[in-house]
Write a protein that binds this ligand. Structure first.
Ligand code: ATR
Length: 290
């Protein structure tokens, strides 16, 4: 069978990429290329290992080569804020850029991560954040975006826990400045929680322990537990949460929705969510998973 025109990389092919370090395990190429194929777009998405010291040049290079857009992943999201021509309101608000669109306006930086958290929590855990009591673990880049977004969504109470408490204090201070009415505290809560959200990197290695100290907060007091980690599919935290009877979900939905929004920003077309989710599951878990 002759390859259809859209299967061929030719002079009309539009390019997108993810820049990261390390980036070798990124599932974004599988997700985005599946979406391009589903919509018969002659577009391709590749992963580029970019050292932080070369990020500015890499972004300028992609712009000069007429790339359609790029994603940024660890450790580039904060650095890129100062490397774009225009900051979309989303990037200004969350202080991080994970998506760049190249157009006549130059390079515009967006943040599609923050909305993806809310969409995934609603879709995968049926958690509505307004009025919810939330314990957030982690105060790095992902934790900071999550904490600010949770405050913006009007959670009733937000507890921040981090190995280095000063970083959680810093975020709590920022939340109080941006959202003066927010009820935010550093440390483990005494009361029951609607949601425990892990934004630490503890759990990425299969032998990692849970980031939650169950002596200070028992999972029996949580209704739902979300782990931003999606590889492995079940971290020690999620396994313990299931045991305790909590509703659980991993971060696959967040990865999906940040990518879907980026796809829409670049192509102007609705993202084929089912196709993208299937591609992620196959790429990450090696086959369909319920
Ligand atoms: P990301 O961009 O994924 O958020 P990061 O900014 O490096 O990455 O943040 C990593 C988060 O995981 C931090 O909250 C970190 O805690 P510290 O602020 O104390 O460094 C947390 N973390 C990483 N390794 C950890 C470990 N072994 N135990 C507990 N927390 C850990």
């Amino acid at each position: 069978m002759p390859p259809s025109e859209n299967n061929v990389i030719n002079a009309a092919t539009r390019l997108c990429a993810v820049f990261g370090s390390p980036v070798r395990h990124s599932a974004s190429p599988a997700m985005q290329n599946a979406a391009f194929a589903a919509l018969a777009l002659n577009w391709r998405y590749v992963a580029c290992e970019v050292d932080p010291k070369n990020l500015r040049e890499a972004i300028a290079g992609a712009k000069a080569m007429n790339f359609a857009g790029i994603n940024l992943t660890v450790p580039h999201k904060l650095l890129a804020v100062d490397m774009v021509d225009v900051l979309d309101a989303s990037a200004k608000k969350w202080g991080a850029v994970n998506t760049i669109l190249f157009s006549e306006q130059g390079a515009t930086g967006f943040n599609t991560d923050a909305d993806a958290i809310v969409t995934s929590l609603r879709e995968d855990l049926k958690v509505e954040l307004r009025g919810a009591r939330v314990l957030l673990l982690g105060a790095g880049g992902a934790g900071r975006t999550a904490a600010l977004k949770l405050a913006a969504e009007n959670v009733a109470e937000l507890f921040l826990v981090n190995r280095t408490p000063s970083k959680a204090e810093e975020i709590a201070g920022e939340i109080k400045r941006q959202f003066p009415g927010a009820n935010v505290a550093v440390g483990y809560p005494r009361e029951d929680m609607d949601l425990v959200l892990n934004a630490t990197s503890l759990g990425l290695k299969p032998a990692d322990p849970s980031p939650l100290d169950e002596n200070l907060f028992s999972l029996k007091r949580a209704r739902a537990v979300y782990d931003m980690i999606y590889r492995p599919a079940e971290t020690a935290l999620l396994a313990a949460a299931k045991q305790a009877g909590c509703r659980t979900a991993n971060g696959l939905g967040m990865l999906l929705h940040q990518g879907a929004k980026a796809f829409e920003i670049w192509t102007g077309q609705a993202a084929p969510l089912d196709v993208m989710r299937r591609a992620l599951v196959e790429n990450i878990y090696g086959g369909p998973k319920s």
